[in-house]
Design a protein around this ligand. Sequence first.
Ligand SMILES: C[S@@+](CC[C@H](N)C(=O)[O-])C[C@H]1O[C@@H](n2cnc3c(N)ncnc32)[C@H](O)[C@@H]1O
Length: 466
Amino acid sequence: MSARIMELAQTISASVAEIDKTLSALGLQSPSFDEDAPTEYRPREVSDARDVVLDATAELHDLLLEPLFLVKTKGARWDANKPGHAIPEQQFGLPPSYRPLQHTRHDPPNGQLSFGDIGRRTKLGEQMTCRLLRHAMTMRIFREPTPGMMLDALQKWPLSQEPNQTGYSLSKNTSPTIYDIIGSSPSQSALFASSMVVWARQPYNAPSHPADGYDWPALLSSPDHNVTNKNKTNNKDRRINVLDIGGARGHVAAALASQHPFLDVVVQDMAAIVAGAEQEITPPELVEQKRVRFMAHDLFSAQQPRLLSDLFGHDGDGHEAIVVDVFLLRWVLHNWADKHCVAILRSQIPALRRGARVLVMDACMSDPADGNDDDRAGVEVEVEVLGKDFGAGALALPLWKEREMRYRSEDLNMAAIFNARERTLREWKALFTEADPRLVPKRVIKPEGSALAILEVLWLPSVDER
Ligand SMILES: C[S@@+](CC[C@H](N)C(=O)[O-])C[C@H]1O[C@@H](n2cnc3c(N)ncnc32)[C@H](O)[C@@H]1O
């Protein structure tokens, strides 16, 4: 058997050749540092081969470092002076992901400790233990030989789910959360709203993903569409009503309504965020024709069916039939710890009618159990990637992306700012069930090139239908 470093060198060589061949055949530019360098890797063959090269080059690089040097160089710091990166460094100058190292000295049975064991010893609880150790695993510090083990971080409020008991709160020595601050000042709201637009300019976060990645036209033929379609026998006359909850200043709503002429979207967000947002919607006809509208509404307040009927239209008896076809929560729930997500989901219930869809668009993190066909228990949800059905293993990310998702851009960053988190498919399922068993996840769709997946959840009050 050849040495791992030789295997990696061959993998890199073959995959780089594949990238070069595909780019040349399609007449596309090769990667460079020029001003006009390509900004994304397409088509799929190129982006898949790129993932292989990035993981293999990183592994080769790490293998060629001494173990102690590896730990030291990967010891990225959460800087207590930077908002959002404010978990104080731990002893020995190492970041929190490494704290469980201390506990591996306790001679665990079979050389393994469970996430729960480490969580009890560190007093950090199983969930945070698991998240921190999974981040450390992306840097080759630990291994998870069987799914469901690991670890630590937040010292002052170790198990808190409150968004005002975070590293951000400590660094600012403040009690209001970031959203409290944003919601209370027009200038902060404007700044935040424009940061959302910039965030959405990155190809993997583009508003085109929810517009292209979900089969919106199929809703027109669904037997469960809204009351205003009741007497319309022809699909082309029907309208589909979408509530974009936490939709900021409507960049996703505008993409949806532009691309699908049968969609009418109401955006709900904090008053300071939606103020004057109509003026920024392009094309302006979307606002003139009332296809994109805005409504100040707190995420945690119960939806008011009567108010929504007045906005979207009703047929007089509008209590039992669907008014809103789709409740969209894009990139909202990852800002909140479980108990608050449960509250947000429950606040939709007064307006949910049989067959209504809750679409949650958020990251779906890799779960070591997902790749194992023998361990699919609890993941009966259909997984669709590029329109094809796969097992949950299809959600596995290349290591370089997972490392990024677990640390700087997402999971641990969400912990430091909001005590919030990214979730695996299993964790999403558990969250919906905790919120209400009538919220039944049916599918998870991973649009090509999108960092976020679409979880399609149906409101099914009857047990027989679930
Ligand atoms: C990360 S942004 C996502 C924005 C948009 N959905 C997107 O996909 O780009 C989260 C949104 O939740 C909104 N939000 C946070 N707390 C809220 C609250 N209590 N009530 C209403 N909206 C809230 C924020 O203003 C923000 O627009």
